[in-house]
Design a protein around this ligand. Sequence first.
Ligand SMILES: Nc1nc2c(ncn2[C@@H]2O[C@H](COP(=O)(O)OP(=O)(O)OP(=O)(O)O)[C@@H](O)[C@H]2O)c(=O)[nH]1
Length: 385
Amino acid sequence: MPHHAWLDDVRANPYAEQLARGFRRLRFDAPLEGEYRAYLLEDNFALKCSALGFAVLAWLALAAIDLLLIPAPQHWDLLAVRGAVLVLLVICGGLILQRRFVRLMVPLSIACILAVGIGAAVVVGIAHRVDPGYPYEGLLLVSMAAYFLVGLRFSEALGSASLILLAYLGCELYAGLAPAKLLNNLVFLLLGNLVGAVGCYLLEYKSREHFLISRLMRQMADHDALTGLHNRRSFDRQLERLWRQAQRDGTPLSLLLCDVDHFKAYNDRYGHQAGDEVLRSIGAALAASARRPLDMAVRLGGEEFAVLLYGADLDEARQRAEVLRQAVQGLGISHEDSSTAAEVTLSIGVSCLQPGAPSALQAIYAHADRALYEAKAFGRNQVVA
Ligand SMILES: Nc1nc2c(ncn2[C@@H]2O[C@H](COP(=O)(O)OP(=O)(O)OP(=O)(O)O)[C@@H](O)[C@H]2O)c(=O)[nH]1
């Protein structure tokens, strides 16, 4: 399986780490595994529905053909089996289509495939009692559906297909099929299953790889590579969404605009690399201050940062900005060329939008920008609201 050399340049995150570690056993570490399975259910729901419709139609068509191929005395047995499987398919399929029981999606899909597979094995067994030439190859189609059409993972598909094979063996022993013919049929089915299993393994491997890479790309597109914080693109997108949610929840939204003081002088004195380290440390302090689930820490660009505080009014936002300002100064990063303090410091402009406020969303940014300008003008290393 491929080694992704480009991952060496990607900032550590769970998707990149899992890609680098590999997943030959088709299992991610928790909680990525849960995230992948949820994605898989969503991704293959349409496929599941089509497979279900196809299974019902095929089952009905084969029932009609049975009536032509198999002598009349066996018809009632066959119709009983076909009917029972159809009822199971309709019940399980109905529950799948309702989508209400997400946790039951996989068990219900397995139940459908087992019902069709074991039902087909029983039909073949009944038919072989009177006609050993009755086609058994349809069982392979059911296994292929398990591997490729029902949206099962490799282990689930392999388990289901193995159970169907066992059921077939049992039914043939019951029907008394000649050992040489039984051996021939089993070898054919086993080889067919081998092809299906290998294809299914490779497909799941690729699906997992695609999942990790697409999530990683999304993460990279929304986050700043140096600090790991959200970038401006992500901020612009989320700001509007969060403001709408705040309006719905009737709660305020506050914005802290932060700018590192005398950062050009820092770069000039200590070098660009040391400057990068400072930005990383400040980024970590910002991330720690945006601790609630809907808060957001952002690197807007250069040495400009923002923290969006969901549900914080102006007083709380001012207090949290002050804590952040002290935290950055408390990092104790020496800055000998700063005319403000002996350490690297932060100026912060604060603004707040109350729910139902008539002012446009842009006002929160413009107001915080003005406050930041004042914080700089009043001597830096301070919070202005
Ligand atoms: N090391 C490093 N420096 C950066 C990065 N992005 C922007 N800068 C530097 O940040 C500095 C910003 O300087 P100015 O906008 O003049 O602001 P300042 O020196 O902090 O002055 P005040 O904001 O007025 O206190 C510039 O020297 C940029 O080169 C970066 O990613 N890494």
